[in-house]
Write a protein that binds this ligand. Structure first.
Ligand code: GDP
Ligand code: MN
Length: 379
């Protein structure tokens, strides 16, 4: 789950990280008031679940309240990578002597948390990671021992830090690790972490994502959710207990079971197709659940064909077939679809569909091949 910069900043502040705190505003007038309250030069920043705001014109400086009103009205409403700006953060503008990058992610191979730092902090870190990855320095922290002092120093020296900057950096790096672990983050980063005009460390931009699988114990995080930023179909699916992830292809997939869903996507890709989504309709798929799932798959205008792949384990194929027929009676399915239905009571299930004029494919590779051809024919 993604959260906004200002929310991430509030979390990191609780861990003692010096943050350039600000005021969140949803109108140009509110931004002017905020600038008045803060006094002096301010920076106005789009609050959207997307990086690269600076390059997209979503981060600008303003001289005072009137300028802040003008700048905020320019930023509010713009589209940054498909996200409309509904809010801006107004914060005191700071002098930047130096910008570095600091972040933490899960390291599956190292069975720990990778803490990354780079002297090339700022808006081009993606290019640095791609073109000169050796400029990003890493330390793997043991999940229980945490990020050790020597690891912080090693990172600090690689950044070319000296004197009291080293200790200050170590404190912040440890706080990032602690926040990452305690908040069940998938990513926790500060970019840029800066040395300001007074020679002090300050976090200018914070980003945290929370592991969806940890939300059951991160109750406070759920309050930070901004539905305006999320894919509408994913939101609907979650409300009904269906696992749905939107993807970029044109073949809708409706499958029961997460493992079979992944195998289905592999099969589609193997035949040269691109899945439009991951969808696990769940174990005991009722007719209602199937109707809803089918609606979700078809809601995406890019979908050119649908593959329904159901394995009857605990759920019986005849019950699923009944559900499918009911669902299709309710929905006007305009795109071609391919059904694979096997498992418990498969003969009964297949007969029900056959009586309704629907042929069932038994082999998975054959089903994938047919749906890819159908999508190509329809495209
Ligand atoms: P991002 O583009 O989404 O990563 O947004 P950031 O919040 O990181 O802002 C982009 C860039 O704007 C930063 O890397 C800084 O160089 C610059 N910036 C942000 N706040 C200030 C500020 O208060 N003063 C100055 N001089 N530059 C700032
Ligand atoms: Mn940034």
């Amino acid at each position: 789950m993604n959260i906004h910069e200002y929310q991430a900043a509030e979390i990191l502040q609780q861990y003692g990280i010096p943050i350039n705190a600000g005021i969140v505003c949803d109108s140009a007038d509110a931004a002017a008031d905020a600038a008045q309250k803060i006094g002096g030069k301010v920076v106005i920043k789009a609050q959207v679940h997307s990086g690269g705001r600076g390059k997209a014109g979503g981060v600008k400086l303003a001289e005072g309240p009137d300028d802040a009103r003008k700048v905020a009205s320019e930023i509010l409403g713009i589209d940054i990578s498909g996200h409309i700006v509904n809010m801006v953060l107004v914060a005191p503008a700071v002098d930047i002597q130096r910008e570095v990058y600091l972040g933490a992610v899960i390291d599956r191979d190292g069975r720990g948390v990778t803490v990354m730092a780079s002297a090339e902090g700022g808006v081009d870190i993606e290019e640095v990671a791609r073109d000169t990855p050796e400029k990003i320095h890493t330390e793997t922290a043991h999940p229980h021992l945490g990020l050790r002092d020597y690891q912080c120093r090693r990172l600090a020296f690689k950044l070319g830090l000296e004197g009291k900057q080293v200790g200050g950096f170590a404190k912040i790096a440890k706080a990032v690790f602690k926040a990452f672990t305690e908040k069940d983050a998938g990513l926790c980063e500060i970019n840029p972490l800066i040395i300001n005009g007074d020679g002090e460390w300050q976090a200018i931009d914070s980003k945290i994502t929370i592991d969806d699988n940890a939300l059951y114990r991160q109750k406070a995080a759920e309050e930070l959710r901004d539905l305006r930023e999320e894919n509408e179909i994913e939101v609907q699916a979650r409300a009904h207990g269906i696992s749905f992830v939107k993807l970029d292809g044109n073949i809708g997939c409706m499958v029961n079971g997460a493992g079979l869903s992944m195998a289905t996507m592999d099969a589609v890709k193997f035949q040269g197709g691109e899945p439009a989504n991951f969808l696990d309709v769940g174990g005991g798929a009722s007719a209602d659940q199937v109707t809803l799932a089918l609606n979700l798959v078809l809601a995406e205008p890019d979908v050119k064909a649908v593959l329904i792949n159901i394995f009857g384990g605990i759920t019986r194929c005849d019950v699923v077939a009944q559900g499918l027929l009911e669902a299709m009676g309710k929905i006007d399915v305009k795109v071609p679809f391919v059904i694979r239905l096997i498992g418990t009571n498969q003969a009964e299930g297949q007969k029900l569909l056959a009586d309704a004029g629907i042929t069932v494919v038994e082999r998975m590779d054959e089903a994938a091949k047919q749906v890819v051809a159908a999508a190509e024919g329809a495209a």
